[in-house]
Write a protein that binds this ligand. Structure first.
Ligand code: HH2
Length: 270
């Protein structure tokens, strides 16, 4: 488990050890290079480094468990032994379990602990859990998602899963929630979720948001290359903080940390 700083938002740095992530796939030759990059994220001010071995971009197919383990476990182990707080971004209970054994302190499950085995792994550990909302699976989530009221549906799911985890013994302070921007959402669903983010924090858990480089930002700005959406990502991230988010999951850690410092100084001045 990990304690959030009381006096400022937290930053989760993204470390994708995948050949095909939407903005930064295939960046590392081996696990040593990946771990070095993870350490550089921590040095740039990331409070947590989120290690993922399976892309969950729209249309992505599932990676076999052995392959996902091969990608992430050495990186988790190396980072944890350097004292970096590590989060494991996985939908698979076996990968989560092995990552916790290797030193991870957060389970970030984009399928929101729908798998009972994942609930058991969380319940038997001291880990912090991030429950994310996703409609469907990455393979099919963008084929005509529909909501009557997206905020109510996302809130209902997150509150229900938080209740389930609590009933299995996961302490309240170990639970975070995430609306899952871009996961089975239309463009306007993403915008409404961000505009009404405060309603999600009313469930009573810290809210984590991942907007970094996502395609809805490109739809707004016209920038087709995810890596070049830095300004867009910072603007959306600060907006989320204004609406009550406590943790930002980002690719560009140094720029985000600087932006948060300025935002906070302005908030606290006078
Ligand atoms: N977004 C992605 C992956 N994991 N986890 C949480 N909690 N919230 C998010 O919004 C989120 C997430 C997708 O981004 P990325 O890891 O950059 O890409 P890919 O899934 O293609 O590896």
């Amino acid at each position: 488990m990990i304690r959030l700083p009381a006096d400022r938002p937290a930053v989760m740095g993204i470390l994708n050890v995948t050949p095909d992530s939407f903005s930064d796939g295939g960046a590392f030759a081996d696990w040593r290079e990946a771990a070095d990059y993870g350490r550089s994220l921590a040095a740039a001010g990331a409070d947590i480094v989120d290690v993922g071995g399976e892309s969950t971009r729209p249309g992505a197919v599932e990676v076999p468990v052995e392959e996902e383990m091969r990608r992430v476990i050495p990186v988790v182990s190396e980072l944890a032994s350097s004292g970096v707080p590590v989060s494991i971004d996985t939908r698979k209970a076996t990968v989560a379990e092995e990552a916790l054994r290797a030193g991870a302190v957060v389970i970030n499950d984009v399928s929101g602990f729908r798998d009972p085995d994942m609930v058991s792994v969380a319940a038997e550990s001291q880990a912090t859990v991030c429950i994310m909302h996703m409609k469907g699976e990455p393979r099919n989530m963008q084929s005509a998602p529909f909501y009557k009221d997206v905020v109510e549906e996302v809130k209902g799911f997150l509150a229900g899963q938080a209740d389930l985890l609590s009933s299995r013994g996961v302490p309240h302070e170990n639970i975070w929630v995430d609306p899952g921007i871009g996961f089975g959402k239309r463009h306007d669903d993403n915008l409404v979720l961000l505009r009404r983010l405060e309603e999600i924090s009313l469930i009573g858990f810290p809210v984590l948001v991942g907007v970094s480089r996502k395609s809805f930002l490109g739809t707004i700005s016209g920038e087709p290359t995810p890596r070049l959406r830095l300004g867009e990502s910072i603007a959306a991230g600060l907006y989320c903080l204004q609406r009550g988010a406590r943790i930002l999951r980002v690719h560009d850690v140094a720029a985000t940390v600087g932006a948060i410092r300025v935002w906070q100084a302005l908030q606290n001045s006078g």
